[in-house]
Write a protein that binds this ligand. Structure first.
Ligand SMILES: [Zn+2]
Length: 149
């Protein structure tokens, strides 16, 4: 369950920010999760509930907003917004599921910080020309958008 380590990193960072600002409590944390980070929201919420116990964020809400991935096509230079599950479904229908499963496995096994930075290269198909000569340029990360004290 890689959600725990991801949320743990985010949570520690929020506590640090709160401390730097002399905040005595955190009431809400807003994060944006790239769809290609493959975070299962319910697991992320469960991890957050465990982590926040006994902290200044004990009563805090974790607000998660999903953002799509963006691939850049090296053939036609077009950028396309894509969602992992839709791409996977399309790949399954077209009989090319292998790379997607490999991607899922790598994301699940390693923290995205340790994963190959080229993860997501030459897997996803361009929306415009259908080339797989693409690079995933957005959607693998988690960003803290706001902390309410
Ligand atoms: Zn293209």
């Amino acid at each position: 369950m890689h959600e725990f380590s991801m949320v743990n990193q985010i949570f520690k960072r929020c506590l640090e920010v709160a401390r730097q600002n002399n905040a005595t409590k955190i009431s809400e944390i807003n994060i944006e999760v790239g769809d290609f980070a493959l975070i299962v929201e319910i697991y992320a919420q469960q991890a957050f509930d465990i982590l926040k116990k006994g902290s200044i964020a004990e009563n805090a809400i974790l607000d998660i907003k999903r953002t799509p991935g963006v691939i850049h096509c090296n053939s036609c230079q077009q950028n396309s917004k894509i969602w992992f599950s839709k791409e996977k479904e399309k790949a399954a229908n077209e009989g090319r599921l292998e790379k997607y499963e490999k991607y899922e496995k790598e994301v699940a096994e390693k923290s995205l910080l340790e994963a190959d930075p080229n993860l997501g290269t030459n897997i996803f198909h361009c929306r415009k020309c259908n080339s797989s000569n693409t690079t995933l340029i957005e959607g693998k990360g988690i960003v803290i958008k706001g902390i309410r004290t």
